[in-house]
Write a protein that binds this ligand. Structure first.
Ligand SMILES: [Fe+2]
Ligand SMILES: [Fe+2]
Length: 162
């Protein structure tokens, strides 16, 4: 998990986290702060444990955490430039993953999972499925005051509790 620690201490990663916090300071819907990244990391890890830790070629705890920590890192670009944040995050993730010296096939799988996390379309690998599900499970819709206005809730009808 050394690379998870390195990422959490990375100046550029933290700069992007602050940018997201800044852009979402007055947002009434769910925000995309570091707490959300960690929630998704822990939930995806729990889901993976429940499945008996299938490696699917390369999966491990570090990969799950790194994927979750990076899955929304480009969210600020959606506010600043109107980009789809799943795509922005996948592009920014590529740079971090390269610097953290992940292998080429690992980078490819992680980037594809992040790009598919918003709608779940193209989420064919186990990593992509775990990320998609954990991202939805991480949202406490059951206690949300903005639920009637939430686009995501309307699209998904009812987000799962477990
Ligand atoms: Fe997202
Ligand atoms: Fe998310």
């Amino acid at each position: 998990m050394k690379r998870v620690k390195r990422l959490l201490e990375d100046a550029r990663f933290l700069e992007y986290v602050v940018k997201i916090e800044d852009r979402e300071a007055k947002r009434e819907f769910c925000s995309h702060e570091l707490q959300h990244f960690m929630d998704v990391a822990r939930i995806s890890y729990i889901l993976w444990l429940e499945q008996g830790c299938p490696q699917d070629g390369f999966l491990n705890k570090e990969i799950l955490y790194i994927t979750a920590l990076l899955h929304d890192i480009g969210r600020w670009q959606e506010y600043d430039y109107g980009y789809d944040h799943a795509i922005s995050s996948s592009k920014l993730a590529m740079q971090f993953l390269d610097e953290l010296e992940f292998k080429a096939h690992e980078i490819d799988e992680i980037v594809r999972a992040i790009a598919a996390h918003r709608k779940g379309e193209g989420a064919e690998t186990l990593l992509a499925k775990l990320l998609y599900k954990a991202d939805k499970l991480a949202r406490p819709c059951y206690k949300c005051e903005a639920i009637d206005k939430c686009y995501k809730y309307k699209v998904l009808k009812k987000l799962p509790l477990y």
